[in-house]
Design a protein around this ligand. Sequence first.
Ligand code: NAD
Length: 292
Amino acid sequence: MAVIIDGRAIAQKIREDAKRRTAALLERGIRPCLAVVLLGEDPASASYVNAKEKALAEAGMDSRDLRLPASTSEADLLALIASLNRDSLVHGILVQLPLPRHIREERVITAIDPAKDVDGFHPVSLGKLVLGQTGFIPCTPNGIAALLRELPITLNGAHAVVLGRSNIVGKPLAILLSRRDINATVTICHTGTKDLASITRQADILIAAAGKPALVSADMIKAGAAVIDVGVNRVEDPSAKKGWRLRGDVDFKAVSEKAAYITPVPGGVGPMTIAMLIRNVAEAAEQAGNLH
Ligand code: NAD
């Protein structure tokens, strides 16, 4: 039976550290502040934004809550970002994705000052990650790496299989895990992968970020593997109060009987993502205050 990795507990330690850093900044008259931009009323996006703002407040940080109609034009959004880039009281800028279809995400992400890119999605941040330079690392991959470091397993030389190649999870995670400080051997799987199970079964560490509920079944994993479930999928459940519940990309019940370590959904990767965001905001504020 697998050990269930308590993402909330590990995240709490990181958040407490960010709180200490915030207290030190406050003594110097700097209050870390994240501008959070949300377009439209998508309930899932709104709940992510609320959770992030709550975590910022708990760390003693400020947030600038900028909720705009879904009809906001790309030009207006770019103008808002330009003004936040200039605003010395704002240390980080987060634009909640996905954006409405009429807005080009790439243009918006690229408009953010890399010094305020606490989500780590700017080409400069991703370029630094590839080159092994210091920069903002996307929060979900960084949170997964932090979780893995907490496990009593050897990462050096382990075979990590990343299921998914998105710009915000799969790709940066594969780069992070293959960096020398972690030193895993990484395989990336995606929709073009043939015989997925034959590859996932080789994984010492399997990270599922496909966005497909219960895609990973017990016969797809090696006994004793560490399984990290990034997926957050809403599935219908008439017995649940809201009529739906969250399900990961992993068949939790069956896989937990075969794996050595597994993250739950919710309570695994999600809290780590928020903790890493808070850490990045502390970092951005310290850099702005020339404390590095
Ligand atoms: P995405 O849709 O952008 O990418 C999914 C990737 O999975 C694609 O690259 C695709 O090639 C691959 N894929 C899909 N189906 C596959 C299949 N059957 N076989 C092999 N590969 C397949 O998604 P994303 O933004 O990377 O997010 C992935 C999941 O992680 C989603 O459920 C999302 O909600 C969740 N997520 C969670 C957090 C968190 O903090 N917990 C953060 C980001 C994303």
